[in-house]
Design a protein around this ligand. Structure first.
Ligand code: SF4
Length: 348
């Protein structure tokens, strides 16, 4: 399979041009052509170079096979990859800007019990080009349909555990962040993990983007039930490793806490969270559980959410409640899933 043009940084292209003996001055115009205006190529890059590059690289983006819009403005794209597997990408409106939620794997092998994607199992990792391609498609859709010129922020919170695929995810972040490629700022990108320790150990080598950990309970038995990988990579070890990741000024780690009715919102949870996070530079992001077909959990009431938040604030923890978006089209957190077999059959 050819390498995608969306999986190389400007540095990589510089090396490639040098290796092949192409004119180095062409790198800038080549990248301008990929990400901004392809008319640059005919004017500034030798046609023999373009021909050689076309022969060696894959120029295709995933294909949008279905677009759904939620009542709250969330847009979910179903994308088909070259091997006909599919992933979902979601655009979430937030004040005057959108955030695009990118998938990093087809399905996911982490089997979190609160997550629809986890019921699908892992089909394969996405390549850096397929991850960057989701962003390009979503941004192009916004420019065309909403006349939006503001680049959306990025969260790596779609299908898949990003750090289970850390080599390709890191490369995708480098391309997205590269000022000569897509130039998305460090603070405009957030990577969320359930605590995949081998990948967390690699984070110091990543561009310094925002980080989030899916926490959901301070207690091992409950966390094991929600996030089975916790049995292998236990929370305290994960927190210690995260503490070592260098951050930018005024950057801190967000700890996501899925609020589940009659499960993880007691006074004991408040005490344990205070003990674990009182001394950390942390933001607790409280998220009401999003039900999906077959889920065994329920969403708490607004009163229960409010009371839990107040108790955490009383313990001097920094807390915010995240509203859910897109749940009417199964585009909210933990609700993404495509029946690959059914789609292949339908499309066949
Ligand atoms: S929550 Fe994330 S890591 Fe867990 S199963 Fe779902 S997609 Fe995978």
């Amino acid at each position: 399979m050819k390498t995608s043009i969306y999986s190389l940084t400007s540095h990589d292209w510089g090396h490639y041009f040098e290796d092949k003996g192409f004119n180095q001055a062409g790198v800038k115009y080549w990248l301008d052509g990929i990400y901004r205006d392809s008319s640059q190529w005919s004017r500034h890059v030798a046609s023999s170079t373009i021909k050689a590059l076309r022969n060696h690289f894959d120029f295709n983006l995933p294909e949008i096979v279905k677009t759904q819009e939620s009542d709250d403005g969330t847009i979910k794209f179903q994308l088909q990859l070259q091997d006909h597997l599919e992933v979902e990408t979601v655009l979430i409106p937030f004040y005057k800007r959108y955030t695009v939620c990118l998938s990093t794997q087809v399905g996911c092998g982490m089997k979190c019990s609160f997550c629809y994607t986890g019921t699908q199992g892992l089909k394969r990792h996405l390549s850096a080009g397929e991850i960057v391609g989701q962003y390009i498609l979503a941004y192009s859709w916004l420019q065309k349909n909403m006349s939006s010129v503001i680049k959306p922020n990025i969260v790596f919170m779609g299908q898949g555990e990003p750090l289970h695929n850390y080599i390709e995810v890191k490369k995708a972040i480098e391309v997205l962040n590269d000022s000569k490629c897509l130039a998305i700022g460090h603070r405009q990108m957030t990577l969320s993990t359930v605590g995949f320790l081998p990948g967390i150990k690699e984070l110091p080598t990543f561009p310094k983007i925002n980080l989030a950990l899916s926490l959901h309970s301070p207690f091992p038995s409950q966390r094991n039930e929600l996030i089975p990988i916790n049995q292998k990579y236990q929370l305290d070890e994960v927190l210690d490793e995260l503490d070592k990741v260098p951050l930018l000024k005024r950057q801190f780690i967000t700890y996501e806490y899925l609020m589940i009715k009659n499960f993880n919102m007691t006074d004991d949870h408040v005490e344990a969270l205070s003990a674990k996070f009182g001394h950390r530079k942390a933001l607790m992001n409280l998220i009401p559980f999003n039900p999906f077909p077959g889920a065994k959990w329920d969403r708490p009431s607004i009163e229960e959410i409010d009371l839990f938040k107040k108790k955490l604030v009383h313990k001097k923890l920094r807390v915010m409640v995240r509203g859910t978006k897109g749940d009417d089209i199964l585009a909210a957190c933990g609700q993404l899933k495509i029946n690959q077999m059914a789609r292949t059959y339908d499309g066949g």
